[in-house]
Each structure stands twice: as structure tokens, then as C-alpha cells.
Design a protein around this ligand. Structure first.
Ligand code: SDX
Length: 432
């Protein structure tokens, strides 16, 4: 393992320290590069750049490995649940019985949305994009709970446990209320005695005099979906939360920025695009051949949605778990979904096609997640909201790392300027 690196510029050599992570990841430390050489690194999209040191999640994209605080995602998916995994991701250890009970109680005590906050919903058209509503209403938490959102790291960290539990619980409630608002349905208030996922389904699907009782398989499948989305290293939305948090912006404001980033179809919005793609294939009676041919023309708008990943150059372990859960849930619910059959055929065809194999494009977390959400009765418009509810603990954990880092710096990347060189102002009369 090299202990140092050096950069040769013309006839001068610059030594560069090497950093090695606990899993053997190697980095060249370029923090002094500009001061020492006048050069910066250029890495569009930061695909080869580490923005931070983090102890939360480890990804090995070449080997399809995902671990939260060292625990493999496959074990968490088998033995844990969303609330426990959220605690692990945020606090670094699995909770003992009393800590798990206290955390669950804090979530239940902070599930409701006060009447004054409910008025914000009325300001949106009924057909507003749910993620636009979610980001705006989550941002307003800073206005409604100013003592938890002082924009002062020390003060906000002193109230972190309550703010974190409030964010996890209320993002879930706001998601259910968006669903109700958009259908002109009355809000259903959370029940203190319901577990996290059952409460979400209750608030989303119950009627004023007809309580929705989630079937155990449905609540379990939703729990798995939230768990699998909990955190994922420095993805686009998590990096956004860290960037906003690095300015000492409070947790709620930083989470709102993360929700905005997640809403993009190349990131969290892909699960909706996958189902739309599968539905289009189904409606055209195509077997996917046309889609695969179009996906290979390289344009971003024709991509095989749910395929490819900025880090995984092997299977996304979450895709395997969700793919298996899809079949189980549909069997248990006695449902058939032709889109699952199409998805499996598409996966099989693409994984034989050199275009995808040569670019190491495999199914990612979004490829099957939409199908399982359909099986749970969740409409397309809510898919990315479900992703956001699941990802909230990961965003919170990353915000906390930024806020707690005494040597932390505001995120401020540089650029390569390619605009016009110096030129004089031209008065209007001479502009032709
Ligand atoms: C998520 O980062 C995370 O961890 C994200 C996430 C999380 O949990 O937070 O895992 C969640 O965002 C999953 C990804 C969901 N997005 C999609 O499924 C949209 C479809 N996939 C892509 O657009 C794409 O694969 C990305 C955005 C996910 C990754 O893009 P990269 O790594 O920047 O890849 P690239 O754009 O540089 O493409 C490399 C090549 C190109 O071809 P060439 O120029 O080499 O000829 O692969 C091609 C691309 O055209 N390509 C695809 C493709 N994805 C990449 N071609 C067809 N279909 C695709 N899906």
C-alpha cells in the first residue's frame, strides 16, 4: 500500500500524503494542492473525489457491498427493522432494549402536524408535485420549531435527539398528508399505539370511520423498503444535505434541500420512471426489445431506468433484496403484476447485452422498488416520497457528522473558468 504520492509539475515534485480508510479505501490528500502548486483537481460530478471522512456507510461498488456502521445490508434486511436501522445509522450502534423503546416513544410523541402547519398544504394546487410539497413543508419545520433550528451548530446539536426524531416522524406524516390533500380526503391523525409503518399506512389509507389495518405482509414490505433506502454514502441528495449543513444551516433546512435533490429522475425519481417505462412496454405489447434498443443510443432521455449506478459496477445489493421481496409480497397478497414479469424479462435481456455488460450497468435499487410499492397500493406519485421517508435517517446522520466536526469547513468547490476573458463594458448606443 503506497504511504505517499507525489505530483511532478515540470521539473518540480510535490509530495502528497495518502489517506487510507478502515476498509482500505485509498485517497490522495490534495487539501494543500492549490496553496502549494496553484493547481486544483478537476473531477466533474466528483466521481473520483472524497468530500469528507464518514463513519456511517461503506459502499464497495465493484463487489456490490453495502454496510451501515459495519453491518451488511443483507443482515439488516433479514434481522432488523427501519426504526432500529435508523437508530444505528444515526447513533452508530444498535440500540439496547431501553434505548430502542425511548427512540420509538420519541417518534410516536412527535408524529402529529400542528394545525397551523396544516394551513401550508392549502397553499398548493391539488396536483402539485408531492416532492415539491414535501421539501417546502419540511423546510417550514424550522419556522415552527425555531428552538430546534437556530442555525448554530452548538445549540442545534444540544437539541439534536428531539430534532432528529421529529424529522423522521414528521416527514412520514407529511408524506401521508400530501397523499390525502391531493385527493381531497380529510387528514387522518397518527395513532400513538401504532408502529411506524402501520401508522404511515393508517394515516394514508384509513377513512374517518373506517380504520385501515395494514396486513402484516404489507407493513413488513414497507418496513423493508424504508430500511433499504436508509442511507447510501455520498449520493447526490446526501451530499446536498452535507453541503447545506456545512453553512451551519439547521437540520430541517438541510433535509429540505436533500428532498429537492432526491426529486430528480436520475436520482430518487427513477423509481417512478421505471414503472412508467414498464407500463409503456406493457401497453405497447413490446417485450422490451424496443426500449433496450432505444436505451443504447446513449441519450439521457432514453435510458433504461433503474439500470446503472454511479458507484455500483456490479449488482446493487438492494435490488437483489427488493427483487426477491417483490415476488414474496405479490404471492402472499395473491396478486399478479404483469410489470414484474416484464421487469424480469428486461433484466434478463439487458444482462446478456454487451452494451450494458461492457458499461457495467446492472439493476439498481429503483428497478424493482416501484413494483413492490404498486403491490402495496402506493400510487406512482408517492414513490419518491417513500424514498425520502426512508432516506431521512441517513441525511440526519450525515448532517450530524458535519455539525459535530470541529475541523469541518463550509463546502466550497472551485471551478475551471471557461467564460470570456477580460473585456470592457459597451454602452447601449454602441451595441448595434
Ligand atoms: C439512485 O448515488 C447513489 O447512491 C444513488 C442511489 C441512492 O441510494 O442514493 O443509489 C439511488 O439514484 C439510483 C440510480 C437511479 N437512477 C436511474 O436508474 C436512472 C438511470 N441510470 C442512469 O441515468 C445512470 O446510470 C446513473 C445516473 C445512475 C449513473 O450515471 P453515471 O455513473 O454518471 O454514468 P454515466 O452517465 O457516466 O454513463 C456511463 C455510460 C454512458 O454511455 P457512454 O457515454 O459510455 O457510451 O453508461 C451509459 C451512459 O450513456 N448509461 C446508460 C444508463 N446508465 C448509464 N445507458 C442506458 N441506460 C442507463 N440506465
Amino acid at each position: 500500500m503506497p504511504q505517499s504520492a507525489s505530483l511532478k509539475l515540470d521539473d518540480k515534485e510535490y509530495p502528497l500524503p495518502v489517506l487510507v480508510g478502515t476498509e482500505g479505501e485509498k485517497a490522495i490528500d490534495t487539501r494543500k494542492l492549490r496553496a502549494d502548486t496553484g493547481f486544483i483537481c478537476y473531477d466533474q460530478g466528483y466521481g473520483n473525489t472524497g468530500s469528507c471522512e464518514s463513519a456511517i456507510t461503506f459502499l464497495d461498488g465493484d463487489n456490490g457491498i453495502l454496510r451501515h456502521r459495519g453491518i451488511p445490508i443483507e443482515q439488516l434486511a433479514t434481522f432488523s427493522d427501519f426504526v432500529e436501522t435508523a437508530y444505528l445509522v444515526i447513533y452508530g450502534e444498535l440500540p439496547n432494549k431501553s434505548k430502542r423503546k425511548a427512540f420509538g416513544m420519541l417518534l410516536r410523541q412527535n408524529a402529529a402536524i400542528e394545525t397551523q402547519m396544516q394551513r401550508i398544504f392549502e397553499g398548493f394546487p391539488k396536483d402539485a408535485p408531492p416532492m415539491a410539497m414535501l421539501s417546502s413543508i419540511v423546510a417550514s419545520l424550522a419556522a415552527h420549531y425555531p428552538s430546534l433550528a437556530t442555525n448554530n451548530f452548538e445549540k442545534d446539536l444540544a437539541n439534536f435527539d428531539l430534532a432528529a426524531a421529529m424529522a423522521i416522524s414528521k416527514v412520514r406524516t407529511i408524506g401521508a398528508m400530501i397523499y390525502r390533500y391531493q385527493r381531497g380526503l380529510p387528514y387522518i391523525f397518527p395513532k400513538q399505539d401504532l408502529p411506524f409503518c402501520d401508522n404511515f399506512l393508517h394515516m394514508m389509507l384509513s377513512e374517518p370511520y373506517q380504520e385501515f389495518i395494514a396486513e402484516p405482509e404489507v407493513a413488513r414490505a414497507l418496513n423493508l423498503l424504508f430500511l433499504l433506502h436508509t442511507d447510501h454514502e455520498q449520493n447526490c441528495s446526501t451530499s446536498t444535505v452535507r453541503t447545506v449543513g456545512s453553512s451551519a444551516a439547521n437540520l430541517f433546512t438541510s433535509l429540505s434541500a436533500g428532498i429537492c435533490a432526491l426529486s430528480g429522475p436520475l436520482h430518487g425519481g427513477a423509481n417512478v420512471s421505471v414503472v412508467q417505462m414498464l407500463q409503456a412496454i406493457h401497453d405497447e405489447g413490446d417485450d422490451g426489445t424496443r426500449f433496450i434498443a432505444a436505451a443504447k443510443n446513449g441519450s439521457k432521455s432514453n435510458r433504461l431506468m433503474g439500470f446503472g449506478h454511479a458507484v455500483y459496477k456490479n449488482f446493487d445489493p438492494r435490488a437483489r433484496i427488493i427483487g426477491k421481496a417483490c415476488e414474496e409480497v405479490l404471492n402472499k397478497l395473491g396478486k399478479e403484476d404483469p410489470l414484474l414479469t416484464i421487469a424480469k424479462k428486461l433484466e434478463e435481456a439487458a444482462l446478456k447485452d454487451d452494451y450494458f455488460l461492457s458499461r457495467k450497468l446492472y439493476p439498481n435499487v429503483d428497478f424493482y422498488s416501484g413494483i413492490i410499492m404498486r403491490a402495496l397500493g402506493i400510487p406512482n406519485s408517492m414513490f419518491t416520497v417513500i424514498f425520502a421517508i426512508g432516506r431521512t435517517p441517513g441525511w440526519i446522520a450525515n448532517w450530524r457528522e458535519v455539525a459535530s466536526n470541529p475541523k469541518g469547513r463550509i463546502y466550497r468547490p472551485r471551478q475551471i473558468y471557461i467564460g470570456p476573458v477580460k473585456r470592457d463594458y459597451v454602452p447601449m448606443a454602441q451595441r448595434g
